[in-house]
Design a protein around this ligand. Structure first.
Ligand code: GLV
Length: 319
């Protein structure tokens, strides 16, 4: 029997699955586990099932000890994990790709609709108690039909977002490290372009690339400046891909029309200027937040941990 530490609350089904085979120490406090408590609890763990809010770095791996075999993140993004530090110590790191693709693409499409149709503004107006009535020019947004979506990072979530946007009548261009399946590209009528062209031609730019040193501030003042002044930026990937201060200035000065964000550079803090602006929709990192998706993520993370503890290849190793 091995010792499994779960760093935050996850659906019961995953805990039960782990408990059927191993001793499980699962944090169940209402708040995130504090760093000191986390370092204390991981000591002697054979597996750590981590949430994206916990930093899994060399200090934590060393606090766990040399018996640690696997870090199973309950997220597709793994910028919270120092993967090279895991590899150096022979620890397998895993994530949860695939199971949250549709839920996250649904949120990307929601943000596209909310931003282009000014839905947050409308909702806030009604709730403010201000007088309003239907008017020919009241809260006019911008249509999607015939417009171009630029997808930055054409993995599973990027493709699922493109598929939804196509159903709304949008043309698709994408920027990606690698060529996608030609059948998918043909089905979507998607054209691969470089980032600069994507920014120049797109009416909506949606970010779906992983975060790391190569994508830190991928969209800064210069890139935002390359976008059309009528265009919108949507981010459901990771906050620091965008220079949030530069985005706030671009939105304030009308250099782009609007934005929809589910993630933030210094999460959970939101840049104070963004909070003052009407042309940005702000969601609290809800990309994968459905009961079904969170359950599937936790079950996949449990399967990853169980496989490694059993001496098998996990279903979703990182790298
Ligand atoms: C959520 O942000 C994830 O990476 O799963």
């Amino acid at each position: 029997m091995s010792r499994v530490v779960v760093t935050g609350r996850v659906p019961d089904a995953a805990i039960e699955k782990l408990r059927a085979e191993h001793e499980v120490d699962a944090w169940s406090g209402p708040e995130s586990i504090g760093r000191e408590e986390l370092l204390r609890r991981v000591a002697g763990a054979d597996a750590v099932v981590s949430l994206l809010t916990e930093r899994i770095d060399a200090e934590l791996l060393d606090a766990a000890g040399p018996q640690l075999k696997v870090v199973a993140n309950v997220a597709v993004g793994y910028d919270n994990i120092d993967v090279p530090a895991c590899t150096e110590r022979g620890i397998v790191a895993t994530n949860t790709p695939g199971v949250l693709t549709d839920a996250t693409a649904d949120i990307a499409l929601s943000l596209i609709l909310m931003a282009t149709r000014r839905l947050g503004e409308g909702e806030r107006l009604i709730r403010s108690g201000q007088a309003w009535k239907w008017g020919m020019f009241f809260l006019l947004g911008s249509s999607l039909q015939g417009k171009t979506l630029g997808v930055v990072g054409m993995g599973g979530i990027g493709q699922a977002t493109a598929r939804r946007a196509k159903a709304f009548g949008m043309e698709i261009v994408y920027q990606s490290r690698s060529e996608i399946d030609p059948g998918v590209a043909a089905e979507l009528g998607a054209r691969r372009v470089d980032l600069n062209e994507l920014l120049t031609v797109s009416d909506v730019v949606s970010l779906h690339c992983p975060y790391g040193p190569a994508t830190h501030h991928l969209l800064g003042a210069e890139q935002l400046g390359a976008m059309k002044s009528s265009a919108y930026l949507v981010n459901t990937a990771r906050g620091p891909i965008v220079d949030e201060a530069a985005l706030a200035s671009a939105l304030r000065e009308g250099r782009i029309a609007g934005a929809g964000l589910d993630v933030y550079e210094h999460e959970p803090r939101v840049h104070p200027e963004l909070l003052e602006l009407d042309n940005v929709v702000l969601l609290p990192h809800l990309g994968s937040a459905t009961v079904e998706t969170r359950t599937a993520m936790a079950m996949l993370a449990a399967d990853n941990a169980l496989a490694v503890l059993g001496g098998d290849r996990p279903p979703a190793p990182i790298g």
